[in-house]
Write a protein that binds this ligand. Structure first.
Ligand code: SF4
Length: 106
């Protein structure tokens, strides 16, 4: 099972978008294929998305990614709690993304 996501929520206001995007540390770990076993254990494979620039750890087709790659998932405050396959070091895992949280609202 491969899960990827982007780190921008275009559904929020522009100011909130900017702050939300800045939370990402650009590690690129979310853009590697993963397996999830029947117990929910996640294992990250050494297979990156075909659009990930391995050196810069950034998406080479950032503005077309959701159309070009059907497995790409847009990370939002709403779906964040459900994305238990995010890597342990993902910056979004350490924030409270609830609507009332000051972690992503400015
Ligand atoms: S794993 Fe998290 S911090 Fe790393 S690139 Fe993906 S969204 Fe950003």
């Amino acid at each position: 099972m491969r899960r990827k996501m982007d780190n921008v929520n275009h559904d929020e206001t522009k100011t909130t978008d900017s702050h939300w995007e800045q939370i990402c540390n650009r590690c690129g770990e979310c853009c590697f294929e993963k397996t999830i076993d029947h117990k929910g254990a996640v294992r990250t494979l050494a297979v990156p998305c075909r659009f990930l620039d391995i050196h810069s750890r950034s998406c080479r087709i950032y503005h077309q990614r959701l159309q070009a790659e059907e497995d790409c998932i847009k990370l939002t405050p709403e779906n964040l709690p459900k994305l238990n396959w995010l890597p342990e070091n993902c910056a979004y895992r350490s924030i409270d993304a609830s609507p009332k949280s000051a972690d992503f609202r400015r």
